[in-house]
Design a protein around this ligand. Structure first.
Ligand code: DC
Length: 229
């Protein structure tokens, strides 16, 4: 059976990674979180004391970095030059930094090339902001997952609480708004819904409801039901 490319785009906190991980598990595909790659670049630049507003310096960091994504039972592990940064890249500071470095075209060129190579053979679920519009504009399945700003902030706070980090709802909402604005208005590959993507607003839906709808879409394209987990 043909192994498809499933592209999932959408704003932060829309549930892309939860959906992506579970869908990949059901399909027996590899899950690739491209946001983690932009976070890895930001993390490394911050560690090195590099000014994130200096595009040449950040691009050099991206070009020299070895990023590895490894499937784990609870998600995906991220290594930068061999060092495990899975948790370290999840801070609000790195999130804002990732949004900044992702606006630098030279950084995007490096990471997009890696992403295209990873997905070349199909059998992948890849989530990000430009997967259906740029990285795999020919993907067989494209999803644009959205949710209200309030719901996305609530989900982010719940996730943080589960990791033992206490965050303020108003501050989280403000950070999300700022990141949305930057991600949607940048010149290179801004976040937008591809013309041929399936738009789904997940506000008020459970993850299982979202998963069922997307799975049905994949089944249509594959022509055969997937096995359930
Ligand atoms: O999905 P995330 O929150 O981990 O992404 C971090 C930042 O990286 C986000 O602000 C936008 C950017 N990003 C991007 O520009 N393109 C992608 N394909 C993935 C993420």
């Amino acid at each position: 059976m043909k192994r498809l490319i499933v592209a999932i785009d959408g704003p932060s906190g829309s549930g892309k990674s939860t959906l992506g991980k579970r869908l990949a598990r059901r399909l027996g595909y590899q899950y690739i979180d491209t946001g983690a790659m932009y976070r890895a670049v930001a993390w490394q630049a911050l560690q090195a004391g590099i000014d994130l507003d200096d595009p040449d310096a950040v691009a050099r960091v991206a070009g020299a970095l070895r990023i590895e994504l490894e499937p784990r039972p609870d998600g995906v592990g991220v290594r930068v030059d061999g060092r495990d940064v899975t948790e370290a890249i999840r801070t609000p500071e790195v999130a804002q930094g990732a949004s900044k470095v992702s606006a630098i075209p030279a950084v995007r060129r490096v990471l997009v090339r890696i992403q295209q190579e990873l997905g070349r053979r199909g059998g992948i679920v890849m989530d990000g902001r430009d997967i259906g519009t740029v990285v795999f504009s020919h993907a067989e399945v494209k999803v644009y997952l959205d949710a209200s700003e309030e719901e996305r902030a609530r989900r982010r706070c719940t996730e943080d609480a589960a990791r033992g980090v206490s965050t303020d709802m108003a501050a989280t909402r403000q950070a999300i708004r700022e990141r949305d604005r930057r991600d949607k208005t940048r010149e290179d590959s801004p976040l937008r819904c591809a013309d041929d993507a399936y738009y789904l607003d997940s506000t008020g839906l459970t993850i299982d409801e979202v998963l069922d709808r997307i799975e049905a879409l994949v089944e249509q394209r594959r022509g055969k039901p997937c096995s359930r987990d």
